[in-house]
Design a protein around this ligand. Structure first.
Ligand code: SF4
Ligand code: SF4
Length: 176
């Protein structure tokens, strides 16, 4: 949520530490509002799925935990807790509804960095456009608010570097 105008995890934010007499709590920005403080995360998760989201920490599976009917198991992207606050803090996500966004591109970078059987070229293709990594304005608001040290801004820069290297390799006929 946005607390006193800045993105925080509401569940671990201590009111007294905010140091203000009045505490303002608002829903996340740049994500469609359903009601009150509830936002619609469907588009956020859809972009995750496009990124691949392949890294599930085996140790985090809890066999004793029941899953809702129709869901075989819960999955989770490595490190990212899917809170969406990086998207809320991102000014480009606010101005371009098709922007892939910091969380999904951080997920794409994980695939490129450690493919583990996935195809990194597909993820590079996915981010190589005006709504992908080239749209980022490099101010790293996303990294500043991320509570899980995913560093999405740095991941986007890593994608740019990888794409630049790929373009140079192709230019000089060195590789795909
Ligand atoms: S660095 Fe890029 S992704 Fe992160 S908040 Fe800024 S525009 Fe958004
Ligand atoms: S990258 Fe960080 S801020 Fe963004 S959804 Fe994941 S944990 Fe939350």
């Amino acid at each position: 949520m946005r607390i006193n105008g800045k993105e925080h995890l509401a569940c671990v934010t201590e009111v007294l530490e905010l140091g203000t007499d009045v505490v303002t709590v608002e829903p996340l920005s740049n994500i469609p509002l359903i009601s009150d403080l509830v936002v619609d995360m469907d588009a956020f998760f859809a972009k995750y799925n496009q990124a691949g989201m392949p890294y599930i920490r085996e140790s985090e599976f809890l066999p004793m935990a029941e899953t809702p009917e129709g869901i075989a198991s819960h999955t989770r992207y490595e490190n990212c807790i899917e809170c969406g606050i990086c998207v809320s803090a991102c000014p480009i996500a606010g101005s371009d509804p098709d922007y892939l966004g910091p969380a999904a591109m951080a997920a794409a970078w994980r695939v490129v960095a450690e493919p583990r059987g996935e195809d990194p070229a597909l993820r590079l293709d996915w981010v190589d456009n005006e709504h992908g990594c080239w749209r980022c304005h490099v101010a790293f608001e996303c990294t500043e608010v991320c509570p899980s040290s995913v560093e999405p801004g740095e991941s986007i820069m890593a994608l740019r570097r990888e794409l630049t290297k790929r373009k140079l390799r192709r230019l000089f006929g060195l590789a795909k």
